[in-house]
Design a protein around this ligand. Sequence first.
Ligand SMILES: Cc1cc2nc3c(=O)[nH]c(=O)nc-3n(C[C@H](O)[C@H](O)[C@H](O)COP(=O)(O)OP(=O)(O)OC[C@H]3O[C@@H](n4cnc5c(N)ncnc54)[C@H](O)[C@@H]3O)c2cc1C
Length: 463
Amino acid sequence: MIARRTLLKAAAVVGAGLAGPGCRRDAEPPSPPVQDAAGHLVWRNWSGQLHSYPASRAAPASDAEVAALLADAPAPIRPVGAGHSFTALVPTDGTLVTLDGLAGMVAHDPERLQATVRAGTRLGDLGPALAAVGQEMPNLPDINKQSLAGALATGTHGTGRAYPALHGGVVGFRIATPADGLVDCDAVRNSELYQAARVGLGAFGVLTQVTLHNAPLTRVKKRVEPRRLEEVLEEWPRLVAAHRNVEFFALPFTGLAATITVDEAAEPVRPRGPDEDADILMELKRLRDWTAWAPALRRWIAQRVLAAGFEPAEAVDEGWKLLSNERPIRFNEMEYHVPFEVQVPALREVVAAIEARRPDVFFPVEARVIAADDAWLSPFHGRLSGSIAVHAYYKDDYRFFFDLVEPILRRYEGRPHWGKMHSLKAADLARLYPRFEDARRVRARVDPAGRMLNPYLRELLGA
Ligand SMILES: Cc1cc2nc3c(=O)[nH]c(=O)nc-3n(C[C@H](O)[C@H](O)[C@H](O)COP(=O)(O)OP(=O)(O)OC[C@H]3O[C@@H](n4cnc5c(N)ncnc54)[C@H](O)[C@@H]3O)c2cc1C
């Protein structure tokens, strides 16, 4: 039998991650082997579903080295961050460029709350570095393993009605392009390149440093609360208006959800506890396995547990310590961003479709809200967005993303997360992005020979 307490915890905190010191990186699973069975050096992404055999690997240690390799390294030249994207942006049989050697803070400005950071810095290392000078990124994604440039390149985001995705805080950047070498961009200097490459898929060149507008260190309270899914769906607009950051995880086949809210707090620090999320997720998997023959039983068990009642979990600390979580269980993911007004009906359809057709799904469906911005390739360009993300355990079949979930999200005018699975190509994207043609024009100017393009990017951008 499933222990009542265990399932209770599952409903309470699955995916929500109150536990665990926020910026620990040692809880990541070991990386997959770098050599295949024949001894060839292989690159793989985090989930293990993408791989390639780069002919050459470069780890430049200066901006000048980056610029030099763009001139003569074998193409396609693909920058890589932490390899946490699920789309084939990185794979190359040409040159793989890691910016791990270009990490750390270059300068900071306490009055403007700005910091200039090397592009390869991991978000998990940026947190303490910024905190040491009294700053933090205003918002963070669910994990902090990404490199800064890698996160920006795909429109990586957190949640919160007033909070744009990470690139919303980018004041300027330095990029090495095949045509022009090193170029400094901001809203005034090289402003077209700034607008096009702020979310640039690594297709315009290689970012070497980024200037961020940050927030002062802010103490927040993070609260994870198990709720009935139906109540959360009805209250969602009110929750979004009431909280600084809010998201929820809908647990298919249970009628349950976990809400996570983050709000400013003046209370004494109460650090997060030990990390139990991975165990909890595996409990949900076991529940799936044991009730596969009777999905109604799955709901009945979960509902009974919820009815028993329990205390929500809370932690109080600086935002950068609480916003991101550990995700040691590998998965594949699709995420679309729909206009906020249609997020709830779209999510209802997604959960209903999964419950009708895919009893194998046990990962929660995640819902967040992201403020509008004006970067040309930002999925949030010009509209307040609600995101909907579906996940599949890395050993499970994820084709339902494409045949079941994606058609629903496309009907709601969804724009896909650039780093998460989707099937859109240039013609679809041109309809969804009002500045798509402008971005293509700028890209062709800075990389006329297409040295940055792998086959996936050629299809995506119609190059
Ligand atoms: C467990 C997990 C949790 C996640 N949570 C979230 C989340 O909460 N919110 C969210 O929005 N996304 C999330 N993602 C997606 C993730 O943030 C993005 O895929 C992000 O792009 C990954 O960053 P990376 O450093 O691994 O970049 P990579 O995947 O290595 O590369 C991504 C892109 O960045 C480009 N790039 C890398 N370095 C440079 C450079 N120096 N200059 C120019 N281009 C460069 C690459 O060429 C590529 O196009 C999550 C992914 C995982 C696996």
